[in-house]
Design a protein around this ligand. Sequence first.
Ligand code: GLU
Length: 301
Amino acid sequence: MRLKGFLAAAAAAATALSLAACSSGSPASGESGAANEGGSASEFPVASNVELTDSPTFDAMKSAGKVRVGVKEDQPGLGYLDAVTGERSGFDIDVARWIAAELGFSTDQIEFQKIPSANREQALINGDIDYYVGTYSITDKRKDQVGFAGPYFVTGQGLLVKADNTDITSDKDLAGKTVCSATGSTPIQNIKDNYPDTKTTEFDTYSQCVEALKDGSVDAVTTDQAILIGYAAQEPDALKVVGEPFSVEKYGVGVPKDDAALRHFINKVFTDGGATWTKIYDATLGASGTKVEQPAVDDYE
Ligand code: GLU
């Protein structure tokens, strides 16, 4: 076993013991095997004596012995699953692991679930997941259905085009063009509401849009610049990001709407954990050298 794997297993065992001591259910193992080999248990020491009362979600996590986290897995730098190694990586993935560690769970006790943009609210309402970390913009409409901790990151809507494209340099050039985005996302809604001369194509995921861009069936992909930069970095000869951001997207951690205690707990993790935030950012989105500040947390009722 590699050292990382050993550390993760040791942390899992320790947490299993402490959870068994404080919950009636027996801890179940989360996602197992290769998918956890790249875990960061050594980076996020498992907390002991977590003080979180009045959280139905946390109570359910403790009796299940695992945390169920909704994520994306096709967004490099943010939420990505390497199909070959089974390793998950990215800013959102590490934020999800950090929160789990603060809640007293090891990397091995996290069960990641791939949930596309359009299904996030329903997954939280149904109780399919305990929280969601995946480029999830805080909006008033979504706040009617779910709670948000954060924001933990701020970006804005941008455009991805083919590297040899010269006629789209900003959102001012979208009239008569076809742009692709994800169903249920804020960027597709913005195009539908405010760009009446622009046609839209939708898929569940942004990677499907990138394929459509490369095969010429759409002129641009639009979503948050942080996401688009990840695609362009993977294929710099084929793709480029153009223009300035034309919206403000504040990323929150989605939690069940009735669970104010969990929301406050995660907000406190962000407020107190500036050094950890910076470490995660530097290792993922900031690896290219771009510096940004952690945004101040808001209390979204
Ligand atoms: N942040 C935007 C949203 O939450 C776009 C990215 C996404 O679809 O996850 O809709």
